[in-house]
Design a protein. Structure first.
Length: 152
């Protein structure tokens, strides 16, 4: 465990820490979680030193825990990030973010002719590649890369 005197961001009593976010994806994660609109204390660190990544981003949110669909949104942007649940200054759960095999209702199909763009129905995708991230529409079978993803 790291020496507490070397911690770059103060400890959190209760809430969630999203760690190991690629620095270039940090503010996209902030945006998709709408952290600028919440009343809880939010600490954002960017370009922090990381043994594994070189540089990383981290977000600490006081008194806030995430639902599965929110975690899946994070996974679309930062698929190797980690979520730590904190209670009374202790990590009670560590979870590496992983996309499920299929995601629904989170991404808009980039194919303008797809039925999901023309009828009131929920988009659905199969994850066909994880590194790099590639999604395939369940309806029109159009594939898209992480750069093409447009979140709903």
């Amino acid at each position: 465990m790291a020496d507490k005197s070397e911690m770059q961001v103060k400890a959190l009593k209760n809430g969630t820490v999203i760690d190991h976010i690629p620095s270039d994806k940090l503010f996209k994660v902030v945006s998709i979680l709408k952290l600028d609109k919440i009343d809880s204390e939010v600490t954002i660190g960017n370009n922090l030193t990381s043994r594994l990544m070189g540089r990383k981003g981290i977000i600490k949110i006081a008194d806030r825990y995430f639902e599965e669909d929110e975690i899946n949104r994070i996974a679309l942007i930062a698929p190797k990030a980690k979520i730590n649940t904190i209670r009374d200054y202790e990590v009670v759960e560590k979870k590496i973010i992983e996309l499920p095999e299929e995601i629904s209702g989170l991404v808009r199909c980039v194919n303008p002719k797809c039925i999901t763009n023309n009828e009131p129905m929920e988009p659905c995708y199969r994850v066909v590649g994880r590194s790099p991230l590639t999604l395939k529409c369940c309806y029109c079978e159009h594939t898209m890369s992480q750069e093409e993803i447009k979140l709903l």
